[in-house]
Ligand binder design. Sequence first.
Ligand code: CIR
Length: 258
Amino acid sequence: MSPSRIAIVRPVSRSIIDCELTHLARSPIDYARASTQHKEYQSALKALGCELVTVSAADNLPDAVFVEDAAIVLDEVAVMTRPGAVSRRGELAGVERALAPFRPLMRITHPSTLDGGDVLLVGRRLFVGRSSRSNHNGIEQLRALVAPHGYDVQAVDLRGCLHLKSAVTAVANDTLLGNGDWVEREAFGDVKWIEVDPSEPHAANALHIENDVIYPKAYPRTAERMRAAGISLRLVDASELAKAEGGVTCCSLVVATK
Ligand code: CIR
């Protein structure tokens, strides 16, 4: 039986130590440890029914493991982004080759910039963070590209974090997990909201796949809040890539195939 979804992933780059950093101070990243944790993450994706499609490693592109930023995948089409960090634009070609068999591709083009980490899909709405990576042109170009497919784009202000999905992600079809200090809860309308524990400001990045959520071990208090709301968690150690400002959504592009 063919799988109902694939997950596009890319190995951790040997130059990960040279990654882009915006809100964190640079600290040593252990490549071997990051790779081991990334393998554990891939096992979690497989356990949740994803077949992995692996883009070839790109050791000259420090942030290549964070494939989420290169594309936005919808049921009908995928949009190749134009990352705000110039050092990341070379990542697109490999991800594009991996996605092309699964979706017609559209493109964000100069002078627009947009990172996939700024785009949160909730039903037919795409919330897009106004961040240091995604500019006004990028948001408006995305709006024009997806409108014919019935998606509505809503821009959202951020403070204190890199991407929209650093501040808020979906943990069920009708529930968001968010940090209300970094993003206004009201921007998302009438949805259920689980607030991160105040001692865990980085805890809002969770990867929802069907009835489960891949979630970092580092945030036990917020995990408890989710369990209390009936959310099923699959915990992974993502501490090494967190030093590169990456979370669990960033390391895959999940593509429904049925
Ligand atoms: C960057 O700054 O671009 C990378 N070091 C981290 C990107 C994380 N991606 C994401 O949150 N979607």
